[in-house]
Write a new protein. Sequence first.
Length: 158
Amino acid sequence: MQLQSHIVIHRTPEEVWKFLGDPANVSQWDRGVAAVEETSAVPHGVGFEFDTLAPTNLNLPAQGRMSYRIKDTDPTGRCVVELTSKTGNARYFRSCEWRFDTKPVLSGTLLTCSAAVSIRWKYLWLAPLLYLKKSAILMDLEFLKTAIESQPNESQPD
């Protein structure tokens, strides 16, 4: 199953990648993430691993931690982040990848976010629920847009 959304951010692709490429910023735009913990000594880029922690008000002790690895990046504006957890909420998936693609447009950057999800057979009943929640990706992208656009604009002189 693939869920996808996109948004135009009024910043250059370089500014978008500078913000998006730092996992510590995830909690500023993903409503399900309260904090990020770096879990590898690999520098940011392919192979870098990190965990996300859910907000405590969600009461998800084990399910609240999800582990990820940067699977691929491309200097033309693409990044693939794969879910590496197998417990907690990750137990529902055989695999899950988040893909971020940027494209320069006249007013800034078109950012496309895709979630490629493969659900385990015994949890296949979740597929319609995930599909109905696809608008959540756009909601998080709107938060991402706000977070990036609230940063000082590097392409504009002071």
